[in-house]
Design a protein around this ligand. Structure first.
Ligand code: SAM
Ligand code: SF4
Length: 333
C-alpha cells in the first residue's frame, strides 16, 4: 500500500480498501432469503447511478486508497450496460472481482478476461435441481451449473456461495464438501443473515460449529485440515485431504470477523453503507449531482461505523425485528 495516499480509516483504526458496488437492485432470480417473491418496488431510473456516475464515484474511492472492487447486486450482469462498466472499472488500478448467480455468465467470459477479472463468486445453494429452483423460485439450475463449468474451464478461480439454512439445505453440506475434493472449486458456507422481508429467525441459522461437526462426523477429524486464510478473509478455510479445492465457513453471526473488516458498500442508488448491518447510509449520488465534496462524505460515513456488526449485539429475533435495514438485494451482498 502507498503510505502517502489518503486512507479511509474508521475510529478503530481499520483501513477500508475494499469496495463492493451494487450495479442494480434487480435480479433474474428470487432467492427467498434475499428477494421478495414479487421482486422489489420499481423505482425511477434517475434514482440510480448511471454508468458514468458509478465509474466516477469508484475513481474517488480509488483515490482514497481502495485497491479491490467487487461488483454485486441484485444480479450485476443484468444491468443494461454491465459490460461497459466492467471494462471501465477494469482500467482502474484495483483487483476487480464479481459475485453473480451465473445465469448469464456465458455472455461475459470475454468481458471478464478483458477487465482482468480472475476470480468469480457464484451463488449455488443446492446441488439438486428441484431444491435449487425452489430456493431461487426460478428454473435456471442447468444454466448455472453449465456456466460454473465454463468458468472453471476458462481457469477463473471459482468460489461457490452456499447460504446454509436449517431444514432447507444443511443435509447437502457433505455433498458440497465432496465437490471441493474432486474439483478446484472453493465452497463457502454462508450463515443465513437477517434482512428486510426475509423472515429470518435465529433458529434457522446453521452455525460454524455445527457445519464443522458434520464434516468431522463424515470425514473424521483427520479427513480435512485448516488452510491459511488471506488477511481480511471473511471465511475460515479448510481442505479435504488430497482435495483439489477448498471449503470455508462465513459465519458473520456466530463467529464474526469484524476486527479485520476492510469493506465498504456502495448501493445501486449511490448510498454508502459502512456495514452490511448498518442502519445509517450516506448519499453520495445526491452529493455528486449537487457538486459537493464526496471525499469528505466518505470519510465521515466511515467514522460512524460501529465496532461490530452494525451495532447489533445479540442477534436475537427481537433485536433483529427492531432494526431497519434494506432487503439484501437492495444492499449488494
Ligand atoms: N446475484 C448475485 C449472487 O447471487 O451471487 C450477487 C448478489 S447476492 C445478494 C450476493 C450474495 O449474498 C450471494 O452469495 C447470496 O447468497 C448472499 N445472500 C443474500 N441474502 C443473504 C442472506 N440473507 N444471508 C446470507 N447471505 C445472503
Ligand atoms: Fe438474486 Fe443473488 Fe439475491 Fe439470489 S441472492 S435473489 S441471485 S441477488
Amino acid at each position: 500500500m502507498d503510505e502517502n495516499k489518503p486512507k479511509i480509516k474508521d475510529r478503530f483504526g481499520r483501513i477500508h480498501n475494499y469496495l463492493r458496488i451494487s450495479l442494480t437492485e434487480r435480479c433474474n432470480l428470487r432467492c427467498f432469503y434475499c428477494m421478495p417473491e414479487e421482486g422489489i418496488e420499481l423505482r425511477d431510473k434517475a434514482e440510480f447511478m448511471s454508468a458514468e456516475e458509478l465509474v466516477h464515484i469508484a475513481k474517488i474511492f480509488v483515490d482514497l486508497g481502495v485497491t479491490k472492487i467487487r461488483l454485486t447486486g441484485g444480479e450485476p450482469l443484468i444491468k443494461k450496460n454491465a459490460a461497459s462498466i466492467i471494462r471501465e472499472l477494469g482500467k482502474l488500478p484495483v483487483e476487480l472481482a464479481i459475485t453473480t448467480n451465473a445465469v448469464v455468465v456465458d455472455r461475459f467470459i470475454d468481458v471478464f478476461k478483458e477487465a482482468g477479472i480472475k476470480s468469480v463468486n457464484v451463488s449455488l445453494d443446492s446441488l439438486e435441481e428441484d431444491r435449487f429452483n425452489a430456493i431461487s423460485r426460478r428454473n435456471y439450475f442447468k444454466a448455472v451449473r453449465k456456466n460454473i463449468d465454463l468458468l472453471i474451464a476458462h481457469k477463473f478461480t471459482v468460489k461457490i456461495n452456499v447460504v446454509v439454512i436449517r431444514d432447507v439445505n444443511e443435509h447437502e453440506i457433505i455433498n458440497f464438501v465432496h465437490w471441493s475434493k474432486k474439483e478446484n472449486v472453493h465452497i463457502r458456507f454462508i450463515e443465513f443473515m437477517p434482512f428486510e422481508g426475509n423472515s429470518w429467525k435465529t433458529e434457522k441459522k446453521f452455525p460454524y460449529n455445527e457445519i464443522l461437526n458434520k464434516v468431522s462426523q463424515h470425514l473424521g477429524v483427520n479427513g480435512y485440515y485448516k488452510v491459511s486464510d488471506a488477511p481480511n478473509d471473511t471465511s475460515k478455510n479448510f481442505r479435504v485431504v488430497d482435495g483439489l479445492g477448498t471449503f470455508g465457513i462465513i459465519s458473520s453471526i456466530t463467529n464474526p470477523f469484524c476486527d479485520t473488516c476492510n469493506r465498504l458498500r456502495l448501493t445501486a442508488d449511490g448510498k454508502i453503507k459502512n456495514c452490511l448491518f448498518s442502519e445509517e447510509e450516506s448519499d453520495l449520488l445526491g452529493a455528486l449531482r449537487k457538486g459537493s465534496d464526496l471525499k469528505q462524505i466518505i470519510q465521515s460515513a466511515i467514522k460512524q461505523k460501529h465496532k461490530e456488526r452494525g451495532g447489533l449485539s445479540k442477534f436475537s429475533n427481537e433485536e433483529v425485528q427492531s432494526r431497519k435495514n434494506r432487503a439484501m438485494t437492495a444492499i449488494g451482498g
